[in-house]
Design a protein around this ligand. Structure first.
Ligand code: HEC
Length: 460
């Protein structure tokens, strides 16, 4: 199934004002929130199978579905497409999901909650969430998440290095606060000053080490980790080194070694690229996906999600190019073969320019194979008892109601019986009643006979 005009950004629903805070949330953090652990089932007790998703969770479609925007069909989404959860109240039936549009706007679309499943976090997600937990001063979460990341061989070294620094920093900071709060030391000002200077010195050394770690992460292309660690250090130092005594000399904290503003912009850009690329891939717009990958890797060269998607996208484009070459070489000799290759190519990569151009060129032949017009030749070929008016109405309905979300399939792709099943299966989506379904099915049955007889060669 090709998704031509209906891919991302073609329709432009108004931007939901309530989404602005969320826009920042997703873009800055590429936020992955720790999934809620599934409740253990109690044997013998009937439990509603409702999973609660947290804002920021990554979920995947477990079946093909239609996204709704303002309660209207918005976009056909295939099984496997991933989304970021915006809001979910279990039991309400739908999950609100963040959807980035081409122009960069973000809208909330809905999907039935039973159509979604949680995407299990991988090592990288744990690593990023762990660094972000440290940034947000949730030290216990940070420790757990980074330890989880360390279980993944691919991220073990990175996770261990970050965890060690972050734990040392937190411990050193805690020590400063403990000394400051120690009532017994307050009675001996000299001892207190010496003890405080010692623990502060150690904390500042670890801050210096943390700044170095952030710079190192940045040099290795992990800007999102670098930024989260560096921001976490700012917050921690502000608490630990706050002046509690007017007479005390201000503590000088080692400064950040990152070009912070520029880096924040790049991290935002990379996170945006991840979301957009995921969407473009799901609707088979691989050329568009490739451009997001390039943009994202330009901003954050080591971003793992982008590198993983890059492999897949390049392979799919190469595959579509092969189909294009096959279609081209078959165009004169064997038109049905060429059309098949064209269709397969567009299914793999709907926005490969040369395939789109070829579809344009072969559109007449394609129509004969997908929805031939009801002409005298049609009628004499089909030899059907169905009245002309019914056939014409069937074609009209088929061409208008069944193209809202995707292209038409080849008539010979399935039997007449299978077409009937397909039409009734799509009826809810296409908003057609039983009588209209029958009319379409009658047209399809006749059209299938006609398509099978269509000239096998290009007429010119
Ligand atoms: C509101 C959107 C929408 C409308 C309208 C719609 N479809 Fe679909 N259709 C989908 C989605 C979503 C899929 C699944 C795509 C996928 O998983 O690749 C699909 C898939 C299909 C497939 C391929 C099934 C397969 O398993 O290969 C056929 C055939 C099809 N639709 C026929 C129709 C017909 C006939 C109509 C009109 C009666 C229609 N569609 C109207 C959304 C729609």
């Amino acid at each position: 199934m090709d998704f031509r005009g209906k891919a991302i950004g073609v329709r432009s629903p108004v931007l939901h004002p309530f989404l602005h805070p969320f826009l920042n949330f997703v873009l800055c953090l590429s936020a992955y929130v720790v999934p809620l652990g599934a409740e253990a089932a109690v044997p013998g007790k009937v439990q509603a199978p409702v999973v609660a998703y947290a804002s920021g969770d990554l979920v995947r479609l477990a079946r093909k579905e239609t996204l709704q925007f303002n309660k209207e069909p918005f976009l056909a989404a295939p099984k496997g497409q991933e989304f970021t959860v915006f809001k979910h109240e279990p039991g309400k039936g739908v999950v609100y999901l963040a959807f980035v549009q081409k122009e960069g706007g973000m809208i909330a679309v809905t999907l039935p909650e039973d159509a979604l499943e949680l995407v299990a976090p991988d090592g990288w997600m744990y690593l990023l969430r762990g660094a972000q937990a440290f940034r947000d001063q949730r030290f216990e979460d940070a420790g757990k998440l980074l330890a989880n990341a360390g279980q993944d061989a691919g991220y073990k070294a990175l996770a261990t290095a970050i965890l060690a620094r972050v734990e040392a920093l937190t411990a050193a900071g805690r020590q400063v606060l403990q000394v400051e709060a120690d009532a017994t030391l307050k009675g001996a000002p000299e001892a207190y000053a010496a003890r405080l200077a010692a623990v502060q010195g150690r904390f500042l050394e670890w801050v210096g080490g943390g700044r170095e770690l952030a710079a190192d992460l940045s040099n290795r292309g992990y800007s999102s980790l670098a930024l989260a660690v560096d921001e976490g250090i700012d917050k921690l130092s502000a608490r630990v080194c706050a002046k509690k005594d007017a007479a005390a000399a201000p503590v000088v904290v080692p400064a950040s070694r990152l070009a912070r503003e520029e880096m924040a912009a790049k991290v935002r850009q990379a996170a945006f690229a991840v979301v957009r690329c995921r969407q473009a891939m799901a609707v088979r717009r691989m050329v568009e996906a490739k451009s997001y990958i390039e943009e994202g890797l330009g901003a954050e060269p080591a971003r793992p999600e982008l590198k993983t998607m890059q492999k897949k996208v390049l392979a799919e484009i190469a595959d579509a190019e092969d189909r294009y070459n096959a279609a081209l070489s078959n165009q004169k000799r064997n038109l049905p073969q060429a059309l098949l290759a064209l269709e397969r190519g567009l299914k793999t990569c709907a926005d490969l320019p040369q395939l789109q151009k070829l579809r344009e060129e072969l559109s007449g032949a394609l129509e004969e194979k997908t929805a031939p017009p009801v002409t005298p030749v049609f009628l004499s070929t089909a030899k059907t008892a169905t009245p002309v008016a019914t056939l014409e109405e069937g074609r009209r309905l088929y061409m208008t109601r069944c193209t809202q979300c995707h292209d038409l399939e080849m008539l010979d792709s399935r039997s007449a019986g299978a077409w009937k099943t397909e039409v009734s299966g799509m009826a809810r989506r296409a908003k057609i009643d039983e009588a209209q379904q029958n009319v379409i099915v009658q047209y399809l049955a006749a059209a299938q006979v006609v398509a099978a007889q269509a000239p096998a060669r290009k007429s010119e």
